[in-house]
Write a new protein. Structure first.
Length: 196
């Protein structure tokens, strides 16, 4: 695994792209999730929204390839929104009581580790770890596990099935996420720093 060189300054043409606008829309949906869960006390709607945000995580990458709008900003923006989604949703589910604290704690600790590694690598070497298949898989699984925990605690008629599926997605999701953090992102950042 290598670190990808990233610029920290971007011009307007790199900011105003379809993939970045889509990622921005996903970012703006996060407060809506909080409002649905705590303001409206509607677990089902909040679960559906988080599920939709997880299910559309691939769209920005597709848009970037489809319209030839892949940018360094987009490569950083999408993972930041994914991290922020986890950092808001997991504690919200703990407060709501719909997820075991240890599941949320493992997910949040992993996000802190990866975020710190990425930040340090970006600031010290102007590079960041490339996203790996294992990291993407862990993120994908957790983006479905979290809303299923919430849906499993809702009044939906199929809530018991969602509660069961939450574990099916979350256990391998946490395993892939921690594997990528400890054995891919962290070593890549440390090796790059020692080469600098």
């Amino acid at each position: 695994m290598v670190l990808a060189k990233r610029r920290l300054v971007f011009d307007k043409s790199e900011i105003l792209t379809w993939p970045n606008l889509f990622t921005l829309a996903r970012l703006l949906a996060i407060p809506v999730f909080v409002w649905l869960l705590f303001g409206r006390e509607n677990r089902a709607a909040a679960a559906w929204l988080v599920g939709a945000l997880g299910a559309t995580d691939w769209v920005d990458g597709w848009l970037a390839r489809r319209f030839d709008q892949a940018t360094d900003l987009g490569a950083m923006f999408d993972p930041v929104v994914d991290r922020l989604l986890f950092l808001v949703v997991a504690p919200s589910l703990v407060i709501d009581g719909s997820i075991p604290v240890w599941v949320a704690a493992l997910l949040l600790a992993r996000e802190v580790v990866v975020g710190a590694v990425t930040l340090v690598a970006t600031l010290t070497t102007k590079s960041r770890p490339n996203v790996t298949w294992e990291g993407k898989t862990g993120t994908f699984l957790m983006m479905f596990g979290l809303p299923m925990f919430l849906g499993g605690a809702s009044t939906l008629s199929y809530a018991p099935v969602l509660a069961w599926l939450a574990w099916i997605f979350s256990i391998p999701g946490l395993a892939y996420s921690w594997y990528s953090a400890l054995f891919q992102y962290l070593p890549a950042a440390l090796n790059r720093e020692s080469d600098s």
